[in-house]
Write a protein that binds this ligand. Structure first.
Ligand SMILES: [Zn+2]
Length: 279
């Protein structure tokens, strides 16, 4: 599917992602050769569909040059080795590239041939894209900035459908907020997320994400001040009143991410067990 941006196409593949999202966008970058971002499907029919699209492009003289991973999550990397293998059967050998920390986290599943550094310029078939290390959602997260058009391949920094989760065991809210501000400083013309449609008005979107997270931290701090002390799960119905209780454990993980951030800023502290209290 064409995006209206020269040298940026899209095939969305069904992937094991979090609802309400069902698909991951495989962004296909380049004019003379192609860089495939996040071929994510572990399922044969979807892998075949992506391959057929790419092979048609190859037969028209535009071959795949590399596979690029924004970060290590399963709904981003699960089709990478399969795509590499399908191409290899046709004697096309492409490297998988990612940030060093992503490579470390997928080492048992995906063979990463090149570590992409912060600010490294990738020539994607005649179009330069600058990689920006944007940790927070995942430690090795990279976004790709096409300076000529202002488009940013945003991975899981923002979402066109659903929200971005920060897992308290591997994510970091302060890093994520810093990475959102960093993307804002690039003044993107559009954000191309891994899930859902292209987001225009990038500055508004990024400001909203920062404000939303800061608002959530304030809300959690206020709730703790009211109750004295509580666990993340006990806070879930107050912080997410609309949410089906079946999802409270997932919500509790987001609350814990914010509690850790509040704790780092001296605004709350860990108490007995998994309880936290206001300072
Ligand atoms: Zn992710």
């Amino acid at each position: 599917m064409s995006t209206g941006f020269d040298g940026i196409d899209l095939v969305a593949v069904r992937s094991p992602t979090l609802p309400p999202a069902t698909h991951t966008n495989a962004w296909i970058l380049g004019v003379e050769s192609l860089t495939v971002v996040d071929p994510a499907s572990p399922w044969d029919d979807e892998q075949q569909r992506l391959f057929e699209h790419l092979w048609a492009r190859a037969e028209s003289g535009v071959p795949v040059e590399r596979i690029f991973l924004t970060h290590h999550h399963l709904d981003h990397v699960s089709g990478a080795m399969d795509l590499k293998a399908r191409l290899a059967k046709r004697d096309v050998h492409v490297p998988i590239v990612a940030h060093e920390q992503t490579a470390r986290l997928v080492a048992d599943r995906v063979e990463v041939a090149h570590h992409v550094a912060d600010r490294e310029v990738l020539d994607c078939g005649g179009l330069p894209f600058v990689a920006h290390h944007t940790p927070g959602h995942a430690p090795g997260h990279l976004a790709l900035h096409q300076e000529a058009s202002g488009a940013v391949i945003a991975g899981d920094m923002v979402a066109g459908v659903g929200t971005i989760a920060i897992d308290p065991s591997e994510g970091d809210l302060q890093q994520y907020l810093d990475s959102l501000e960093h993307l804002r400083s690039l003044a993107p013309s559009a954000l191309m997320p891994a899930h859902g449609p292209i987001l225009e008005h990038a500055d508004t979107v990024l400001s909203f994400y920062v404000a939303h997270r800061n608002g959530r931290s304030d809300q959690i701090r206020a709730a703790l001040a009211e109750t004295g002390s509580a666990s993340p799960l006990e806070l879930a119905p107050t912080i997410y009143p609309e949410l089906d209780p079946a999802f409270h454990p997932i919500a509790a993980a987001q609350i814990l991410t914010h509690l850790k951030w509040l704790g780092d800023h001296g605004l709350v502290r860990a108490a007995d067990g998994d309880r936290w209290c206001a300072e």
